[in-house]
Design a protein around this ligand. Structure first.
Ligand code: FHN
Length: 444
């Protein structure tokens, strides 16, 4: 059976499905919690933005492109016709999924989310829905995602994929050359495009079985919350254990709409981007996605790198508020993770090997953030993450601790308990390169 024929069969079947919207039975709180359990425990993920945009890497004809690398097609920066030939240059011979998965594992990362199709519509997996994919359009000619999925799972890391609803390449849409990167869709072809997406998403589930589908590009005017709820139902019907973010619909506007009680928006978690909320929202799962520098995709000569200490503090901050931290890397066109990213991930790994118990499976701290750092909590354990040692040389924690230790050392901390609070006299702490964590053991 030719690719075209199998695609036509699959497409027709999917299109027929689109005509009868699905409704997912509302899960019980217990069922929902069971499905979200691994994701909540994980706390720390790696985002990977990789695709043809890594070739221009933020420049075109030797000049920087406004905005960030993967937006190179946005706002009329360059005509699509000039972008499409890039596929003939994409040959990431330096790509080693085992190395990428090991870098993630050594960093203490528990899930990886990689772009399967970004706004340019180019697919990093083999899809029968189009030839605009790495197998048919590039000299590399092989699927990129399935090998990474296997390498991740061999290391106990959950494999997940990003998918853009907005598609600058699909014939149903045309790029809006003026507004924030946007497309206009031909209304008569919207059902066709939805069927196209559903076919590709089913192919992704069949070929690399992602545990999370991370949608993006949902801001386009022609995509509605109803479309998102239909797509959410379709996917949950295909894979009941699947976790899906709030950008499958219009949930990015606010995390409140994810409250289990009055599910206004489709999706299982909120997605604050390049920011960490002041506080979490009880009953709402969320994940802050952040870059290490200024861009998601690889950008030549990008110098604005956050320090390792800042990245560790961001991870702690999200955990202290009950959220996950999705930290981005933008591999090069050759398939290499940039050295500054590798260095920072290694520093995070060194810190996580000593202090990971204060992050994995932690709950939002019941205590407000102190000036000197953050708290995370886990049952009868309270973790004090010291970013800077207070001038007083003392920590005051509002609980009656039985003892206190510095994680990763055998240094016993002197404590005095009075009126249901504990004063800890701090030993000499080295917080120069990374926070130090104290564990306060409260009543068993
Ligand atoms: O335009 C994209 C951007 O390239 C990147 O993928 C981020 C990651 O969340 N999402 C969109 C901007 O919000």
């Amino acid at each position: 059976m030719t690719k075209a024929f199998s695609s036509a069969i699959l497409f027709a079947a999917t299109l027929a499905l689109c005509l009868s919207p699905l409704v997912v039975r509302a899960a019980s709180p217990e069922e929902h919690d069971a499905r979200m359990a691994w994701w909540r425990d994980a706390r720390f993920g790696m985002f990977i933005h990789w695709g043809l945009y890594a070739i221009p890497a933020g420049e075109w004809n030797g000049k920087p492109v406004p905005g960030i690398g993967e937006w190179i097609l946005a706002k009329g920066n360059i005509p699509l016709a000039d972008y499409v030939p890039l596929a003939k240059q994409f040959n990431p011979t330096g790509y080693d999924p085992q190395e990428w998965a090991q870098i993630a594992a050594d960093a203490g990362i528990k899930y990886v989310v990689i772009t399967s199709k970004h706004h340019d519509g180019f697919c990093l997996f083999d899809t029968a829905a189009t030839d605009w994919d790495v197998v048919d359009a590039t000299p590399y000619g092989k699927d990129l995602l399935a090998p990474l999925a296997a390498a991740c799972r061999a290391r106990g890391i959950h494999f997940c994929t990003y998918y853009s609803i907005m598609d600058w390449h699909h014939p149903s849409q045309r790029i809006d050359s003026e507004k924030h990167h946007n497309t206009h869709i031909d209304p008569a072809r919207k059902p066709e495009y939805i069927a196209y997406m559903k076919q590709q998403l089913r192919e992704l589930l069949d070929s690399c079985d992602p545990d999370v589908l991370w949608f993006d590009g949902e801001w386009v005017e022609w995509w509605t919350e109803a479309d998102g709820k239909d797509l959410y139902a379709y996917l949950r019907d295909l894979k009941p254990s699947l976790i899906i973010n709030n950008r499958v619909g219009k949930g990015r506007k606010g995390m409140e709409g994810l409250n289990r009680g009055d599910q206004e928006y489709a999706g299982d978690f909120g997605t604050p981007e390049q920011q960490i909320p002041e506080t979490g929202i009880p009953g709402v799962d969320w994940e802050s996605c952040m870059t290490m520098n200024d861009t998601w995709g690889f950008k030549k000569n990008d110098h604005n790198w956050k320090s390792s200490k800042m990245l560790i503090e961001q991870l702690i901050d999200t955990s202290s508020k009950g959220g996950n931290y999705l930290l981005n890397v933008g591999p090069t066109a050759e398939g290499r993770i940039p050295a500054p990213s590798v260095e920072r991930l290694a520093a995070l790994g060194r810190w996580m090997r000593v202090n990971g118990e204060a992050i994995y499976g932690s709950a939002a701290s019941p205590i407000a953030s102190p000036d000197w750092g953050r708290f995370t909590a886990k049952r009868e354990r309270l973790y004090a993450h010291v970013f800077e040692t207070p001038a007083s040389g003392q920590l005051v924690v509002p609980c009656a601790a039985e003892n206190a230790v510095v994680l990763g050392s055998d240094v016993e901390v002197t404590i005095a308990v009075e009126d249901a609070q504990t004063k800890a006299t701090l030993p000499e702490l080295d917080t120069q390169d990374a926070p130090t964590v104290l564990l306060f053991q409260t009543a068993q």
